[in-house]
Design a binder for this molecule. Structure first.
Ligand code: COA
Length: 386
């Protein structure tokens, strides 16, 4: 090295997937992956899933504290009003191919929903609160309406006397759900409402940091949630259980997966090294549902699969995650498999919007760096000579 030449600066280490690298400071949710703890604004999900409902939990995530009775009543009533979508939104859903995935319909329709309310200042609290309620109100309606339209059925009018979960089941099936069915979906929504800096929330914050509007933020997060390593895993879990079939086929099936080094859907988590606490709650909800609606053989297969996978891979920190039992619960509620991820999105919208607000309150645009590993000083060769 010639004298006076400074040594090259050490290259920063690349951390694939940014594992363990903080991307933001956040007061919204907290996970202790070794203890199996998840809390929203300091409230453990066990107590919220026992005592709260989705609307109250959404408020808690968004505004940082439990609402008063008057605040909750007004929030719930406004959400119910916001379920009345412009007729042209339903026309947009009708124009989409019914053979497409409902997540794509949800992403496209949420992006276009913003066009019905774009020219306003979302830094203004009045507008941002209205946008939050419009988006939270619209999400379940878009999912249910798309499902009705693709099935050649009439779109059902929302029922303002019902909460988010019960109204979704009503608009999807045309039957008023039992108290137990509505409560189970309500709890599933609570459990999926936020989960620290996961891929879709990170996507939401990156898009939020550009000062894009909240409709664009949510539609970008919906896109990130579609992948099978994130929200899409819950659909794969049910397909996987159907592929395995009987409970006594589990051992051989797991052998095949482990030998082929294939991932088992519904297991493993970047943060939890013990059983995901949401999986425990969903498992007990599944049990309640079976008591009232009759047993499902697929549940025995699931329980055997959990035992077998934990026996083989538990010491690597591979345990069931939230997606493992959510699919079983949703299928027992007769919800089509490809709506599992949209339901996850309905719930997670509360978290995405809370992160949007938090990002806006102290924003700096995301602009990470990279480690360049390409060529330098290439000579341009004319096309005839290549
Ligand atoms: N089945 C079998 N092995 C798994 C596994 C699974 N579901 N998840 C992780 N592993 C193994 C990996 O093969 C790897 O083993 P190795 O060290 O011998 O190579 C090790 O555990 C670490 O896996 P890695 O993919 O690096 O973990 P991650 O933290 O990057 O990934 C997930 C986390 C969630 C993406 C991953 O566990 C996964 O793909 N799970 C299945 C999909 C799923 O259920 N997603 C929903 C998440 S809520």
């Amino acid at each position: 090295m010639p004298e006076n030449t400074a040594p090259p600066a050490p290259k920063p280490d690349l951390v694939p997937g940014l594992a363990g690298i903080p991307a933001a400071e956040s007061a919204i949710s907290f996970i202790d992956g070794n203890q199996g703890l998840l809390a929203y604004r300091g409230h453990p999900i066990e107590s919220l899933s026992e005592k709260s409902n989705f609307e109250e939990t959404a408020w808690l995530l968004l505004y940082g504290k439990l609402p008063s009775r008057a605040e909750l009543d007004s929030f719930s009533a406004t959400l119910a009003e916001m379920r009345q979508l412009p007729e042209r939104m339903i026309e947009i859903l009708r124009a989409l191919p019914g053979s497409g995935h409902p997540m794509d319909a949800l992403q496209a329709s949420m992006a276009s929903f913003g066009m019905f309310s774009r020219h306003q200042n979302f830094r203004d609290t009045e507008y941002s609160d209205e946008a939050i309620m419009r988006i939270l109100g619209a999400m379940p309606v878009l999912v249910a309406a798309f499902d009705r339209i693709r099935g050649g059925k009439d779109v059902i009018e929302p029922d303002p006397s019902l909460g988010t979960a019960a109204n979704f089941l009503w608009m999807l099936t045309g039957h008023k759900p039992s108290e137990l069915e509505a409560r189970i979906l309500d709890v599933a929504l609570i459990l999926h409402a936020d989960h620290t800096m996961n891929a879709s929330t990170f996507a939401a914050r990156v898009v939020a940091s550009t000062e894009a509007d909240p409709y664009t933020v949510v539609s970008s997060a919906i896109g990130a949630l579609t992948g099978p390593l994130h929200g899409g895993a819950n659909e794969r879990v049910l397909e996987q259980l159907r592929e395995i079939g009987e409970a006594d086929s589990v051992e051989a099936w797991v052998d095949g997966q482990v030998t082929a080094k294939r991932k088992i859907m519904g297991f493993g988590h970047r943060v939890y090294k013990v059983k995901d606490p949401r999986a425990d709650i969903l498992q007990s909800l599944a049990n309640n549902l079976f008591e009232s609606h009759g047993h499902t053989p697929i549940y025995d297969t699931a329980v055997n699969l959990e035992d077998e996978v934990v026996k083989r891979l538990g010491d690597k920190g591979i345990h069931p995650n939230v997606d493992f039992y959510s699919g079983i619960v949703y299928s027992k509620l007769s919800i089509p498999i490809d709506l599992f991820t949209p339901i996850f999105a309905i719930a997670r919208t509360a978290g995405w919007l809370a992160h949007w607000r938090e990002q806006m309150a102290s924003n700096r645009i995301f602009r990470p760096t990279q480690i360049y590993s390409g060529e330098h000083e290439q000579r341009y060769v004319p096309i005839e000579s290549r």
